[in-house]
Design a protein around this ligand. Sequence first.
Ligand SMILES: *Cc1c(COP(=O)(O)O)cnc(C)c1O
Length: 445
Amino acid sequence: MAGRLDSASLPLLQDALAVLEQGFADLPDNPASAGNPEALRKVLLEAAARLRDNYPYFHPHYAGQMLKPPHAVARLAYALAMWINPNNHALDGGRVSSAMEKEAVAGIARMFGWGTHLGHLTSGGTMANLEALWIAGELKPGATVLASSQAHYTHGRISAVLKLPFEAVPADRFGRMDLLALERRLAAGGVGTVVATLGTTATGAVDPLPGILALRDRYGFRLHADCAYGGYYLLADNLDAPARAAFDRLREVDSLVIDPHKHGLQPYGCGCVLFRDPAVGTHYRHDSPYTYFSSSELHLGEISLECSRPGAAAVALWATERLLPLERGGTFARMLQDCRAAALALHAGLAQDARFMTAFPPELDIVVWAVRAQTVAESSRRAQEIFDSAARRGLHLALAGLPVALFGDPWGTGGTVTALRSVLMKPEHRNAVPEIVELLSASTR
Ligand SMILES: *Cc1c(COP(=O)(O)O)cnc(C)c1O
């Protein structure tokens, strides 16, 4: 059993807590208030037993949805900070964790090539996109927001919250925004903002950013990049040319979103929004009598829609960037390259199997495939069977309703098919691909 959950690093937390506690040695003694230790133990073990009822997200045989274990350094730093529980709303509530947030966010901005920026952490990608589209709406009031039909479903909903008109631009057979359709819509007028997705949630497709930038030159819209999933792939050295070209020009967008809790090795509760022009900060101006501003320095609460935010998330991200700098050629970049290599290997294995239809080689680390069958309904039914059968063998995949066009519409029906989907987000997936292929094959008989 030992080692399954990487618990060997836990004693470090005790050492780190001792260092932290030393910083408060001048305070009078404050007896711990944990209450009855027996009751605490009982409840905690009860929680542990209940938590067994989960898929093994941390294990390479979990190759389903977007779930990636946080790095040990993130887990430990987050836990360490919780003994202080700082609030990064204001410097008074989270003094050093606010400084660490600014450093960690600047690290992400530098990765994208931005020396100056405005940005902060959020509870996740949805909140981060909400802020970006809110600013977009402030700058282009009432104008339409466009995103591809494969963009994250929350863009339509966020636009509705902001009372901005939203329209989906069709995706091409690679799941990328269709540039001709985009241009037709732009020519019709009334568009304020285009959302480019670099790494769609369903298939990891990367929208053709160079083409979208060329259209921005002609039509003058605001350009937001949703890189919640794919952003860190900028660092990878094994992307195909179209994805590479998109990431290479990412610095030219007006705003972007990246989720450290997706590929950045963080626990949930860590998204990030970045604006290229720090002047958009003026839109956040508020006059709250509750905000306790004791310092003239920037309080992150002044540039955030959310008020209280976990300082612990900032400490965890800061520590992770210290250990694993966001550099091309570095360890962190290699971890992403391994994920992509795993996806390419799985795709190659599936492409050779006559029982399956692959869509296209993965642009990042998400593989989708459909089951060959006489009808769409039969293909969908078989996908569900294989999904269940694989789960019984301990291989956890995902199902996705995808446009049949992504598979070349072999049935000539249009519409969607239930396909199988695998997100290979863990570097360990690279070595696990042969086992995954074998288990899948056995589950398909
Ligand atoms: C996950 C995801 C989101 C939403 O982010 P959350 O952190 O789940 O709120 C938005 N866009 C894309 C492309 C995503 O993959």
